[in-house]
Design a protein. Structure first.
Length: 208
């Protein structure tokens, strides 16, 4: 059983992971910027369980064991130069033995969950979609890492489902948004640029 407290860090995730022991996390669920490069080897090093990463089809970060698909709501964008694409991919790297069977309707691999409220973050995913991934690929005693934490959707899903989470978000504005969304249930850290260590601060924003 995980003994790690749920926490959020305002830092560059690669700086934090560089100091993280091998196999420290039970799972990773994350949604990085789609045009960035991610260090898949580093994610595999710090995680002993399943790794789930959102991406666009044009930039798949690694060759997965499973492909899942999220069908987004359609929008009326300008299609003068190219056709629209309303499908995003979810890459699943299976590590360990955790795979929880749900009702068959939750296991089809193509999902069309929709946001209920206007997004707080430009790449925010529906909470129901994140919760489904948490249910399938983690256990209640798992500690889940999201190194691109954004508004904290993975943390909210873990909190709702009894999982521990660690979120890392470099952008100060979104870090503070995640603080507000998760309330008093987490410990937050500001990464000290002088010493390279986290400075702990109890989160007193929001309600439990």
């Amino acid at each position: 059983m995980s003994t790690i407290n749920s926490k959020i860090l305002n830092a560059n995730c690669w700086d934090v992971l560089e100091e993280t022991p091998d196999g420290f996390y039970d799972a990773i669920i994350t949604d990085p910027e789609y045009d960035c490069n991610i260090n898949v080897n580093e994610l595999c090093r710090v995680c002993k369980g399943n790794i789930i990463v959102f991406c666009k089809p044009e930039n798949q970060f690694f060759k997965p064991d499973e492909y899942l698909f999220w069908v987004k709501a359609q929008s009326t964008k300008n299609y003068i130069n190219n056709c629209g694409r309303f499908v995003e991919m979810i890459l699943v790297l299976r590590k360990g033995k955790i795979f929880n069977r749900l009702h068959w309707s939750q296991m089809i691999g193509v999902y069309d969950d929709k946001l209920i409220y206007p997004p707080e973050h430009p790449w925010q995913k529906p909470l129901s979609l994140i919760e489904r991934l948490v249910r399938i690929y983690t256990n209640p005693d798992s500690c889940v890492l999201d190194p691109f934490f954004g508004s904290g959707q993975v943390g909210i899903a873990c909190k709702n489902l009894g999982r521990c989470y660690v979120g890392i978000e470099q952008d100060k504005e979104y870090f503070e948004l995640a603080q507000r969304n998760l309330g008093k249930t987490c410990v937050t850290y500001y990464w000290c640029e002088e010493c390279g260590l986290p400075e702990e601060e109890k989160c007193n924003l929001g309600d439990t």
